[in-house]
Design a protein around this ligand. Sequence first.
Ligand SMILES: Cc1cc2nc3c(=O)[nH]c(=O)nc-3n(C[C@H](O)[C@H](O)[C@H](O)COP(=O)(O)OP(=O)(O)OC[C@H]3O[C@@H](n4cnc5c(N)ncnc54)[C@H](O)[C@@H]3O)c2cc1C
Length: 468
Amino acid sequence: MNKKHNNSLVWFRRDLRDYDHAALSHALQESNHVFCIFIFDKEILNALKHKEDRRVEFIWESVKELKGSLREKKSDLIVTHDLASNAISRAIDEFKIDAIYANRDYEPHAIKRDEAIKNLAIKKNVAFYDFKDQVVFEKNEILTALDKPYTVFTPYKNNYLKKLNQITLPRFDIEPFIKNLAQFKSEPLLSLKDMGFQTTNLHDIKIHTGMKGGKLLVEDFKERMSLYKKTRDFPAIKGVSYLSVHLRFGTVSIRQLFRLALESFNEGSESWLNELIWREFYFQILFHRPDVAFGKAFKKEYELIAFENNPDYFKAWTEGKTGYPIVDAAMRQLNQTGFMHNRLRMIAASFLVKDLLVDWRWGEAYFAEKLIDFDLSANNGGWQWAASTGCDAQPWFRIFNPMTQSLRFDPQGKFIKKYIPELYSLDNDEIHAPWLSQKTQKIDYPKPIVDHASQRIKALALYKSVKS
Ligand SMILES: Cc1cc2nc3c(=O)[nH]c(=O)nc-3n(C[C@H](O)[C@H](O)[C@H](O)COP(=O)(O)OP(=O)(O)OC[C@H]3O[C@@H](n4cnc5c(N)ncnc54)[C@H](O)[C@@H]3O)c2cc1C
């Protein structure tokens, strides 16, 4: 049968799987031969501060699996370490490509990169198609009655759920069209070292990569989903899905997760669905207000807050040495594993901004450097929520008390003791404020660097000063 294109190129980016994949499925249906490419983009990698980066290793492992999976299908994955424009241009010439297929990315830098590739494609007389794949609803699909983007979550969610009920989540099949994958052999996979990177502790901390890793976590979470609402706020309990890194790199399909939640239909699945919708809420905020990615507060008046920005406080926070155990355990978890539980992200972020009076952008940048699941939209959304500068954020006058949060969400200090073993001997009633216990005189753990009660008063004054 005559196809629209002879040789197509599927460009994998944050969608490292070969099932339920919009761009791949469309390319296979519309082309005689489909070639696949992944580019370790020098523009992105060169900007990374550390050459031991769990994300790069996670991607590398996932690309390795994807390449192996395509090889089992008698095809291959072209993998290069280059600028996107160079790599795509070379592939077009080498494989006589007449169409490029990719899944859409909504971050400002990615949009700019894709515009440049679209222009390159036009110059070379090659078609360029992009598809919605990493979200269920994108761009302007969920708008208010006045056709404006939502800035408050609950009405957005209500409209979202209404629209969700009206559609069938598409399945982008690959298997029926597999014979259209180009049969060829590409170079062996370059190593992390070839790109100037080193391995990290990813294997030691048992982070499962790739499609197999995603599947493992989905299977594990399926059994626990009904308990999600009750357990999701307790970092010492295995209550959440831990799927964020897989959503970040597309080693799971978002539609598959939605189907799972919708089929389950209990208080746990409903609550989890809510979180998946928060993810898309922040995607659409970033899409409509790209300035938030460049340090701008969503609510303009908060641009004027004169944060104290004490560098010693910031350093203590990054190192998990503030003297507040719940904050320090959270930061140590982040440093040691690249993950931080959602409740702790809220506590640590609030503490930096409203107790240490450090600009939320400093914290946002630190999380961006360390989080294995770093996603610009959710990270920015989370920080602006905690700092009260965001859309639908924590009200400015609400300030988490780190001791109360600790007592409520880690009552026996189990999580704290895992990351701060030096506090092991403290009882449940001492662990949340160890400076009050005599025992800590012999323990090598810092005294609080600030007093919560007095910092709270300062924070309220700072915020009040910019309120009109
Ligand atoms: C300051 C701060 C920074 C954050 N930075 C990021 C980030 O860089 N990347 C990231 O994926 N999430 C971020 N989050 C949101 C949330 O903390 C993580 O998504 C969650 O902890 C990941 O764990 P999980 O996969 O087990 O989540 P689950 O509780 O199992 O939730 C399932 C999925 O829903 C999405 N989700 C859950 N909560 C949120 C939320 N509040 N906002 C947006 N999406 C959500 C995630 O994709 C998550 O994987 C941040 C939150 C805060 C407060």
